[in-house]
Design a protein around this ligand. Structure first.
Ligand code: GTP
Ligand code: MG
Length: 639
């Protein structure tokens, strides 16, 4: 299977980079520098770049286009049955993730629609007690089928109840759920499902996200905010029998086109090409028809024909179940599979490589060995110069070192003052950007929304809320810029005025990307508000609260991640200066000790030089070994 081969290749890549990193780690710890804060951080980043990455692919489309059938054909044909429910009409009712990892239990986890409305999906994942579990035996197809049926379950509720659960109701069925003749509505029973199924591709880190068609999605916000941003590839499915309908376009625009800075690869499947066979047309005629449909889709979606894959998921599934290679070939699934694999793995490799490259850069400098070598070199020169010098000269040199030490002490005092200044400014910034502010703003917008009577009013309140958040973030960004300028100036002054040689301070986290990601939340929030025109007043209060807490928590969670990076930056930014000072102090101390010893016995000069030379040589060996090990990682990774 093509995808399997790609994943095996990726795994091999990961394995060889990992072993190369282990060699670096060994070299660093043999040199006794593995514990240094910056070395540890860089090494962790490097391991992270190859380790924890999963490959996620989402299948997105209007209902009944064959998403689930395609997933069955791609991954589950070995079972000889449809493992995921796929049939006419709306079938998959909630976003469904398929995953597997070492030590997992084969089971379906279902998050009840009502129980968890005001928790973000991210938070819900951390709370196992919120989920209903349906274990199954992977060897027993019937037991698997019984458990996976959960993703189709619906509940019959009143219109009010449906609205208070956050669903849009639209009698025409176009912009929301359509009430049944008896006035009730069918809503999905679950907000989200996770299927843990032992499959070699899933075990290799692949995660598949199946989604329900439009309007069944009460969890649109989960898709936009949580699920899609984490995918490396999105597969959009159309039916050749239905073409590009208005609702297909709505899904395309809402979830794919508006993805903005999202970098996922997008593949378009034109499914059900078997439907073009009527027993009368020739192969060539059908071929021409397919080409015409593909061109039409390309035109409607504004994508290149090379990204569109006409195929028949059903035929592929049947062909694979019956081991009928001719049928599988005719289904044209193989071409799509190769493209999907390539897109996924390329994207993953690219991201891993970027992270790995960044982590390796400056790793050697962070060990401080190069600086140490320079110092030792200076010391050696000094001692070599002392050969044949008399005791008086020695005393003179000792005084010189003494006064250098005094200068360094004064410098250490200055650096303390500089650090205190930095700490004060950093604290002020931390207070300014602390997340209490987000909470307060959320409370404020909830109060305002409750006062509002028209949905236009609500919309403008929400826009104002986001404007305030943006303004606040811009303010924080400005302050952060000032702080960075201050740090740069400090380093510059210590270098030019006091001659302290240290590594440049690290760059602060990118604020701009965070600000841009808040735009996504804003879009999702306003999209949600668009459906509020239909709200009855008694449902309104609860919906507003749920909505605001979801949006508020989403921003908070995103902010939290960013804030942590920021704290980490504050913690390490002054470290190079401390390290440089400590190293200079240590070197001076050593020089003083050796000079003192020489003064006391001029005879020991030679053994001292020999000892220093040995030390120099040892560090040089460490340095060469680490550099070679880092090069080893680069070549293993193909960087
Ligand atoms: N003829 C034909 N029918 C197909 C093909 N793929 C899927 N179908 C049928 O289309 C219907 C819908 O397929 P599903 O896989 O349930 O569609 P879906 O996109 O997952 O739909 P929802 O889960 O409702 O969002 C089923 O009856 C499938 O058997 C195909 O290639 N050819
Ligand atoms: Mg489905």
């Amino acid at each position: 299977m093509a995808l399997g081969q790609y994943l095996i290749d990726f795994d091999a890549w990961r394995g060889s980079v990992r072993s190369a990193l282990l060699i670096v780690q060994q070299a660093l710890s043999d040199a006794g520098v593995a514990g240094r804060e910056r070395v540890r951080a860089r090494l962790l980043e490097a391991f992270d770049a190859v380790d924890t990455q999963r490959l996620r692919v989402a299948f997105l489309a209007e209902f009944s286009r064959g998403k689930t059938e395609l997933i069955n054909a791609l991954f589950f044909a070995d079972h000889g049955e449809r493992i995921l429910p796929s049939r006419t009409g709306r079938t998959t009712m909630c976003p469904t993730e398929l995953e597997w990892f070492d030590g997992a239990t084969p089971e379906v986890l279902l998050l009840p629609i009502a129980a968890a409305r005001d928790v973000t999906l991210r938070d819900a994942r951390m709370q196992p007690e919120l989920w209903t579990r349906r274990p199954f035996d992977p060897q027993d197809t019937q037991s698997v089928l019984a458990a996976t049926q959960g993703v189709c379950e619906v509940e019959q509720v009143s219109v009010d109840e449906a609205e208070s659960l956050g669903f849009r109701i639209d009698p025409s069925g176009e912009n929301g759920l359509e009430p049944q003749p008896d006035g009730t509505v069918l809503v999905p029973a679950w907000r989200h499902a996770i299927i843990r199924y032992p499959h070699p591709l899933l075990a290799a880190g692949l995660v598949i996200v199946d989604t329900p068609g439009l309007n069944a999605i009460g969890a649109e916000i989960d898709l936009t905010l949580s699920l899609l941003p984490e995918c490396q590839a999105i597969v959009f499915v159309l039916g050749v029998d239905t073409g590009v309908t208005r609702s297909d376009l709505a899904v395309w625009r809402r979830f794919i086109q508006s993805g903005g800075d999202r970098s996922a690869a997008t593949l378009v499947v034109l499914n059900k090409i078997d439907a073009l066979e009527d027993g009368l047309r020739s192969e060539a005629e059908i071929e021409a028809e397919i080409d015409a449909r593909v061109a039409d889709v390309a035109h409607h979606l504004g994508v290149s024909v090379s990204h569109i894959f006409p195929l028949s998921a059903q035929r592929a599934l049947v062909g694979r179940i019956r081991r009928d290679d001719a049928l599988v070939t005719r289904s044209r699934i193989t071409e799509f599979e190769a493209a999907l694999s390539e897109a996924l793995v390329d994207r993953r490799l690219e991201i891993s490589e970027i992270h790995l490259k960044a982590a390796l850069e400056g790793l050697l400098a962070a060990t401080g060995i190069e600086a140490k070598l320079t110092q030792l070199h200076g010391q050696l020169e000094e001692l070599n110069g002392l050969r044949h010098k008399n005791r008086a000269r020695m005393l003179y040199l000792l005084k010189k070192v003494q006064s250098e030490k005094e200068e360094l002490d004064a410098l250490a005092e200055r650096s303390k003052a500089a650090k205190a200044l930095f700490a004060r400014e950093a604290k002020a910034l931390l207070e300014l950007i602390g997340r209490r502010r987000i909470r307060a703003e959320v409370e404020r917008v909830v109060a305002a929304l409750q006062q509002a009577t028209f949905s236009a009013q609500m919309r403008s309140e929400i826009e104002r809320f986001f404007d305030r958040i943006s303004e606040w973030l811009e303010g924080g960004n400005r302050k952060l810029g000032e702080l960075k300028t201050m740090v740069d100036k400090l380093y510059h002054r210590f270098e030019t005025e006091y001659g302290l040689k240290c590594d440049p301070p690290s760059e602060p986290p990118q604020y701009e990307t965070f600000i841009a990601s808040i735009q996504d939340v804003r879009e999702a929030a306003l999209e949600q508000v668009a459906g509020w025109g239909f709200l009855f007043s008694h449902g309104k209060k609860r919906v507003i609260e749920q909505f605001a807490s979801l949006v508020g928590r989403e921003i908070e969670a995103r902010w939290e991640r960013h804030y942590r990076q920021f704290l980490a930056w504050v913690r390490v930014v002054m470290v190079p200066m401390d390290e440089a000072l400590a190293e200079q102090a240590e070197a001076l101390e050593k020089r003083m000790q050796s000079l003192a010893r020489i003064r006391d016995s001029v005879d020991t000069l030679e053994p001292q030089i020999a000892a220093l030379e040995a030390e120099y040589q040892a560090w040089q060996n460490h340095c060469a070994r680490i550099a070679a090990a880092i090069d080893g990682v680069r070549s293993a990774a193909g960087l």
